[in-house]
Design a protein around this ligand. Structure first.
Ligand code: HEM
Length: 441
């Protein structure tokens, strides 16, 4: 049951042409699969799109529960493999055309996060089509997966190069509830909940609509391809949960101290309740209440005494924090559709099992925004006056790194490590349903 569904106003977006993943929140619990396909022959790629398009789910009635849905996205190499005309190919933004691996420096994907260490097929030229299946229960998930596998059958010019299952209860492998602080898209029909702020202009998330600048953002040509589409950033992380557990144990004397430190790192208790509303102890009822879980800002906490300036959520969405380096936070918003895989663990020793998070960001500026977030707000601290301090959860930490918990006196917590390692990723374009038909013709 998705507790974060919102009331409807009359939608003005073309919901039956936009893909469901743009507006549909994942349920709790959720099940699913991310598959990657290589298009070896253009004709087979087009045939696959023809077969899949009836299954690709639109955003119509996005607020009503649905047992399962499918999303489809295409990388730049995928567009080339499909034989998209050169005039159209050059109309895509340069960073999308380059692909994620080529943008490693800008993304600060260096050292263990560098593309040379990625898992296949990421970072290879074979990542063309991404298919994601989301479902509310195991049976519907298996049925939806069987559906796309059926459509692949007998097509020799396309190749399944990876199939990754995911699923969780709504809490990620570190034990935090996640995926619920999202921008409200104007025209989607969503009624903002307390603390959501004003709806963000649809053009920030759907190409062809008016954006925060007052007009639509640049869109790939021809219009039938770009209109109602969006970009997707996919980053697969392996999570070092045992190392995180050890870090908490080493820096907290009691369970209460450890849970407070865990909350300080993220800006929320594991239940989802924000420190801004309940700074000294968890209140799971707030975490589970869609009317309260986002109903806060940082106006009364300029020094970060409640929510540290360097905590993950304050970095990723500073709301009304005073920034040392000015930036319009409304154009930095992303829709997150991240999914967790593997089991959470409370163990202190690594069991070698695969667990982590597929970070998925959607938006008309998703690629620019994630590149900006990675280079400015994740891997640097200067925008908040934090010098070299980095995001405590997702950055690549240097030796001797620390995390500051503001207070009187402030506390520097040493021994922080890279708790998530990048295993691969790619930039995709998520076309509208009419664009998929155009691509298949
Ligand atoms: C393994 C990787 C990651 C983990 C475990 C993680 C975890 C979390 C958690 C627990 C929250 C708070 C709950 C929520 O709002 O959903 C959150 C929020 C958020 N995260 Fe992450 N995250 C990860 C990667 C990333 C990356 C790579 C980015 C962007 C570059 C990002 C951007 C955000 C944003 C924008 C928010 C919402 C902040 C707000 O609106 O208050 N996260 N994340």
């Amino acid at each position: 049951m998705d507790v974060f569904r919102r009331l409807l106003r009359r939608p003005t977006l073309e919901l039956d042409d936009i893909q469901a993943a743009v507006l549909r929140a994942r349920p709790e619990p959720y099940f699913g699969t991310h598959a990657i396909i290589e298009i070896v022959e253009a004709a087979a790629g087009k045939e696959l799109l023809r077969r899949l398009v009836p299954r690709v789910t639109s955003a119509a009635h996005w607020d009503v529960p649905q047992p399962s849905w499918m999303a489809l996205a295409i990388s730049y190499r995928g567009l080339v493999a499909l034989g998209v005309p050169p005039a159209s190919l050059v109309s895509f933004p340069a960073n999308f055309r380059a692909g994620m691996a080529a943008r490693a420096e800008r993304l600060r994907d260096t050292g263990p996060n560098a593309p040379t260490h990625w898992e296949a097929p990421f970072g290879t030229p074979a990542v063309h089509l991404a298919i994601s299946v989301y479902a509310e229960n195991e049976n519907d998930w298996r049925r939806e997966v069987a559906n796309y596998e059926l459509r692949l059958r007998g097509l020799t010019g396309v190749r399944l190069v990876s199939h990754q299952d995911f699923g969780a209860t709504g809490f990620n492998v570190f034990g935090y509830r996640d995926g619920f602080s999202q921008p409200v898209v104007a025209g989607s029909g969503a009624e903002p909940l307390p603390g959501d702020g004003r709806p963000i202009k649809a053009g920030e998330f759907v190409l062809g609509c008016s954006s925060e600048t007052g007009h639509p953002l640049a869109m790939p040509a021809p219009d039938v391809l770009g209109h109602n589409g969006t970009y997707v950033v996919f980053r697969k992380y392996h999570s070092h949960v045992a190392a995180f557990n050890r870090y908490l144990r080493d820096n907290g004397r009691t369970e209460q101290e450890r849970e407070l430190l865990a909350a300080k790192l993220v800006g929320r208790w594991r239940s989802g309740a924000p420190l801004a509303l309940t700074p000294t102890e968890d209140d799971p009822a707030i975490g589970a209440d869609p009317n309260r879980v986002n109903d806060f800002d940082y106006a009364d906490d300029p020094r970060g005494l409640k929510t540290p300036l360097g905590s993950h959520i304050r970095r990723m969405n500073p709301r009304n924090s005073k920034l040392e380096v000015l930036s319009d936070v409304n154009i930095r918003r992303i829709i997150r559709r991240s999914t967790s895989f593997g089991e959470p663990t409370t163990a202190l020793a690594d069991d070698g099992k695969d667990r982590g998070l597929d970070f998925i960001a959607l938006g008309a500026r998703a690629i620019d925004n994630v590149e900006f977030l990675q280079s400015e707000w994740v891997n640097s601290g200067s925008f908040m006056g934090l010098g070299k301090e980095k995001d405590p959860l997702i950055s690549l930490q240097d030796k001797g790194a620390y995390f500051t918990v503001p207070g009187t006196p402030p506390r520097r917590v040493h021994g922080i490590q890279s708790f998530n390692t990048l295993r691969g990723g790619e930039y995709f374009f998520m076309p509208s349903l009419s664009a998929i038909r155009w691509l298949s013709s």
